[in-house]
Design a protein around this ligand. Structure first.
Ligand SMILES: NC(=O)c1ccc[n+]([C@@H]2O[C@H](COP(=O)([O-])OP(=O)(O)OC[C@H]3O[C@@H](n4cnc5c(N)ncnc54)[C@H](O)[C@@H]3O)[C@@H](O)[C@H]2O)c1
Length: 474
């Protein structure tokens, strides 16, 4: 134990991060930027992704986030490295972040609910087999509560008498504001064992964050609180979206205005004014996956009422996407067959090129099922990604996708001769378009369905549009 004690007291000089995705990439870039004395190596199995992280042209980085290119430019090649040599990074590092994906299981027990931990387990096994010295292993991925126990088991049973300390350090960044969130987080959460070695490992990670984050904003807890806090945070955030979205439907039938209701309740300091924006529904890789995971965990402990409570957040979100698509069909005289419908925005939110679980995918699919001709424009999402999202949904054949889907490079062309426009991402540039010009070139009546509540409804109606805006009566 004395030996262990010394190892974890050591100051960290080399960090590895397994997983160069939306979390691993930006998080390590900022850690490297703020700790020029620490070597940070981000590794991934995906060669193309690593090549893009190493691309000379910073506009080719695999992830778009405001401010990210500047941070990478500052640290890359100095103390930030991207590589596919996972074993080398493991051997060298004293501290290893695991930041791989933890999607919902698509097979076997817990299918459609539980988190698929196979990528996490593979990392743990690779660390165990490769490491030649004791390591601090940090869970950066979002994981079910008590996963650290399993990771420790795998590590200690498969390595050559090495000691491992497992920490939970969930990431709270929001895509679209990832760099700002990382540079100035509300808090950093670190969970670890309550033993002296656990506390020393926690302290080693605290030191890394403390180089730019005040100590009082670095929260330390036991492992299980930390793991569960991440799932809880996402569940609460998603619940607020579903709560305001539930009210949006009620607003539409009663003549209330959801923006006014949100302002009125948001001024109550007990409620607060953030995350009260009604929309076509939340997307992103996390909210749905993490709530399903929470539901699964609650059920596995026999807590059925707890599970049902949280599941309703997902049910309402699915309903919101479905009713948005149904409203388009109903408003266009109950048929969209052969009609050109323009989808503005494919990313799940503005300022990111991430499209995972984006509402646009589901709305488009529902309209394609009715044989609508969909024309998509998104300022940051590439054509192959949009097609890939629809293929992944596994609802439409390639022929159908070819026949019913067109991807446009210009918003005005995308809207030309359209019967209707659906706004599905809140990109700021949509607000500044020449809407008169768009109106003039559309079929009449010119319908617009604002799924993000970003347009000035009165102005649009003055131009001549027939406007449907979430949470406002027509
Ligand atoms: N995206 C977010 O906003 C966000 C925020 C907080 C937490 N999280 C959590 O962080 C985790 C990662 O999310 P992400 O969005 O970065 O995922 P991602 O899919 O963008 O990135 C994961 C990367 O891990 C790589 N990978 C998988 N297995 C590997 C292995 N064995 N060895 C090397 N590389 C491997 C993949 O190739 C991929 O590039 C998830 O658990 C997620 O829930 C995500």
């Amino acid at each position: 134990m004395v030996f262990l004690h010394k190892i974890f007291q050591m100051k960290v000089t080399k960090i590895a991060c397994i997983g160069a995705g939306y979390v691993g990439g930006p998080t390590m870039a900022v850690i490297a930027q703020k700790n020029p004395g620490i070597q940070v190596t981000v590794v991934d199995l995906n060669e193309q992704r690593i090549a893009n992280w190493n691309h000379e042209d910073l506009s080719k980085l695999p992830i778009y986030e405001p401010g990210l290119a500047e941070v990478v430019a500052e640290a890359r090649g100095r103390n930030l490295f991207f590589s596919t040599d996972i074993n080398k990074a493991i051997v060298e590092a004293e501290l290893i972040f695991i930041s791989v994906n933890t999607p919902t299981k698509t097979y076997g027990k817990g299918k459609g609910m539980a988190a698929d931990l196979k990528y996490i387990e593979l990392c743990a096994r690779q660390i165990a087999e490769t490491a030649t010295t004791n390591k601090i292993v940090v869970e950066k991925s979002t994981l079910p509560v008590r996963t650290a126990e399993a990771i420790k088991n795998i590590l200690e049973n498969n390595s050559n008498n090495l000691q491992f300390q497992i920490l939970s350090n969930p990431e709270f960044l929001a895509e679209g504001t990832a760099v700002a969130d990382l540079q100035n987080p509300d808090r950093v959460l670190i969970g670890g064992e309550t033993t002296p070695e656990g506390q020393e490992a926690i302290e080693a990670l605290v030191q890394i964050y403390n180089s730019w984050i005040p100590r009082e904003r670095i929260l330390t807890t036991n492992l299980w609180s930390s793991e569960l806090s991440k799932l809880t945070a996402n569940a609460f955030l998603a619940q607020r979206v579903s709560s305001i979205n539930a009210m949006s439907e009620l607003c539409e039938v009663t003549g209330a205005n959801v923006q006014e209701v949100a302002s009125a309740i948001g001024m109550d300091s007990r409620i607060g004014n953030k995350f009260l924006k009604a929309s076509v529904g939340f997307g992103g890789s996390c909210f749905q996956k993490d709530i399903l995971n929470l539901v699964y965990i609650a059920k596995s402990y026999g807590l059925n009422e707890v599970a049902d409570y949280w599941e309703q957040v997902i049910i309402l979100n699915d309903h919101q996407k479905k009713r948005f698509a149904e409203n388009i069909i109903k408003t266009l005289y109950n048929t969209v067959s052969g009609k050109k419908i323009t989808v503005l925005g494919w990313a799940f939110k503005k300022d990111t090129n991430d499209t995972r679980e984006s509402a646009a995918i589901y709305v488009t699919s529902a309209l394609m099922e009715e044989n609508a001709s969909i024309h998509v424009f998104d300022p940051k999402v590439e054509k192959h990604q949009i097609i890939g999202d629809l293929e992944y949904l596994n609802v439409h054949t390639s022929e159908e996708i070819n026949q019913f889907l067109s991807i446009e490079n210009d918003p005005y062309t995308a809207c030309k001769n359209a019967h209707a426009i659906a706004i599905l991402t809140e990109w700021d540039e949509f607000k500044t378009y020449d809407w008169q010009k768009i109106y003039d070139n559309m079929m009449k009546p010119a319908f617009i369905f604002d799924g993000r509540d970003i347009l000035d409804v009165n102005k649009m109606r003055e131009i001549g549009f027939v406007v449907y805006s979430i949470g406002k009566s027509v």
